[in-house]
Design a protein around this ligand. Structure first.
Ligand SMILES: Cc1cc2nc3c(=O)[nH]c(=O)nc-3n(C[C@H](O)[C@H](O)[C@H](O)COP(=O)(O)OP(=O)(O)OC[C@H]3O[C@@H](n4cnc5c(N)ncnc54)[C@H](O)[C@@H]3O)c2cc1C
Length: 476
């Protein structure tokens, strides 16, 4: 290793930029290797196809990003991103019925992904200590099974391969990472991997929201009911920074998906409640349907290898990717960046750093992993190839308990607070098994079940909806 104070990050997406920022706090220089040209504005790019679909950044992730890049959340909101208070600013039909709009406990930022990525990238690169090698493709890692010393990259315009040396290489190349292949070329055994694949697919269109509605109308979410034991259909209408609504319809395996513009509205009508369809029937579509079929939960276990090479880390979707419906991918990558920062702060880059940091990073993805995977195994047609003992055995009892929590959370404010802390990744999942929470489940007041979406007359007027049109079938 000739460049111990150089860090290389493979991939310049969300996880890559946060990891590069953290490395730049501890190393002299950092290089990001990225296949795309990174746009200098809020524009789509080939390497981030998920950017055409709704993205929410949970409060836990936003807080970490704010710690790393002070004031960023405020900048995003000032530039138009919606700070949606859960559950005051959201109207949700959960599997168990309509959620009461309790005062906000947590929030999620809603804005387009290209806008979010651009704002974060802009701040990260402004420090001047990070070089981005664009249109550069990762070929393989250099070094051996004991220590990774760098990476071989190919300049995509000139076709010339080149070796970059570093003290630390971070794989942040996303779901398509070839880490397994690279490790095997270094003589390492295969990584253990779990997958839980409910066959999630997304179809998205952008609409011009009615005047005032992007800011004054709540976000809308209509979910499937897994208890019906049939393929699930979901729909959301989320406000974006530019006065538009992003509408995503999604499904689990077997429920089909609208791939043509003409099928979009009819499909929305097949959701458990017509609210999403009624809203988009009134709005002007601005884009055609974009489809994504990338939604399996997949997790690698690098921490289980007997010997993990010095100088190598894996973060973001390359390490663990989740069903996007839970909105945990970006917050999970932010948790990994925070864990890396803590480890580098504690011990700098030296022998054992990579193994310790990787353990901490892998621990940071455990809650989002088990939350998404244990929920998805409940959907019919879910394909499971997992060693995680929490996903096998005792499934029925676990499902009954999570159904009980879901039923109480929509109607009991204190229970809802704890559940919202957990699903926003602010509190650990273990909180749901604490005696405090179990006591709340017994004692918290329970409001009546809502029979229609909890929209105020002013909100209904904003989108010109008749109160009667919001009383749909299947809402309870
Ligand atoms: C449809 C959909 C909706 C989602 N919604 C949400 C949401 O609401 N909230 C949320 O938190 N998360 C959501 N996610 C997850 C979120 O998009 C990911 O968790 C996040 O983008 C992961 O970031 P990453 O940097 O690990 O990977 P990516 O964003 O995929 O970035 C990987 C980067 O590596 C580059 N790259 C790949 N291979 C190479 C190579 N060989 N050489 C050079 N460069 C390479 C790519 O060009 C890309 O820039 C969603 C995902 C999907 C698919």
């Amino acid at each position: 290793m000739t460049e111990p104070n150089h860090g290389i990050v493979l991939g310049g997406g969300w996880a890559g930029m946060l990891a590069a920022h953290v490395l730049a706090r501890h190393l002299e220089r950092v290089t990001v290797v990225e296949r795309d040209v990174l746009p200098d504005g809020p524009r789509h790019r080939k390497g981030s196809p998920q950017g055409r679909h709704v993205h929410v950044l949970w409060s836990s992730g936003a807080r970490i990003v704010d710690t790393l890049l002070p004031g960023l959340t405020g900048q995003l909101v000032d530039a138009g991103a919606r700070r949606v208070g859960f559950h005051q600013d959201l109207v949700t039909l959960t599997s168990h019925g309509w959620q009461h709009r309790f005062p906000p406990r947590q929030f999620a930022l809603m804005c387009t992904r290209p806008f979010l990525d651009w704002k974060v990238r802009d701040r990260v690169l402004a420090t001047g200590r990070i070089t981005v090698r664009q249109r550069a493709e990762i070929l393989d890692l250099t070094g051996d099974a004991r220590r990774v010393t760098g990476v071989r990259v190919r300049d995509m315009d000139r076709g010339v391969p080149r070796t970059l040396e570093a003290g630390l290489v971070v794989d942040a190349s996303g779901r398509g990472s070839r880490l397994g292949h690279w490790l095997s070329a270094l003589g390492l055994p295969p990584l253990e991997e779990d997958t839980v694949d409910a066959g999630i697919a997304y179809a998205t269109r952008v609409y011009q929201a009615p005047p005032g509605a992007a800011a004054g109308f709540p976000a809308v979410n209509v979910a499937a009911d897994h208890r019906l034991r049939e393929p699930g259909r979901f729909g959301v209408v989320y406000p974006q920074e530019d006065g538009t609504w992003m509408v995503t319809l999604s499904c689990t395996r077997g429920a089909g998906l609208p791939t043509h513009d003409d099928d979009f509205l009819p499909y929305a009508r097949t959701l458990r409640h017509p609210l999403v369809a009624d809203l988009i029937a009134l709005a002007e579509p601005l884009t055609s349907v974009a489809v994504s079929r990338v939604g399996a939960n997949r997790r690698l276990y690098p921490e289980r290898l007997d010997s993990w090479p010095e100088g190598l880390l894996v973060v973001g979707d390359a390490l663990a990717a989740f069903n996007p419906i839970y909105g945990h991918g970006m917050s999970s990558a932010a948790r990994a960046a925070a864990a890396l920062d803590t480890e580098l702060e504690r011990s700098g880059v030296g022998d054992g750093t990579a193994r310790r940091a990787q353990r901490a990073i892998s621990a940071a993805v455990d809650d989002p992993w088990i939350m998404a995977a244990s929920k998805d195994v409940e959907y019919v047609n879910c394909r499971i190839n997992a060693t995680d003992p929490r996903l096998t055995g005792g499934a029925l009892a676990r499902q009954r308990f999570s159904d009980l929590i879901a039923d109480r959370s929509i109607r009991s404010p204190a229970v809802c607070d704890v559940v919202t802390d957990v699903i926003s990744l602010t509190a650990p999942q273990s909180e749901l098994a604490s005696s405090r929470f179990l006591s709340l489940m017994r004692k918290d007041r329970v409001l009546p079940q809502l029979t229609a979406p909890p929209l105020t007359p002013d909100e209904l007027a904003l989108v010109r909806l008749n109160p009667r049109s919001t009383v749909g079938a299947g809402g309870s």
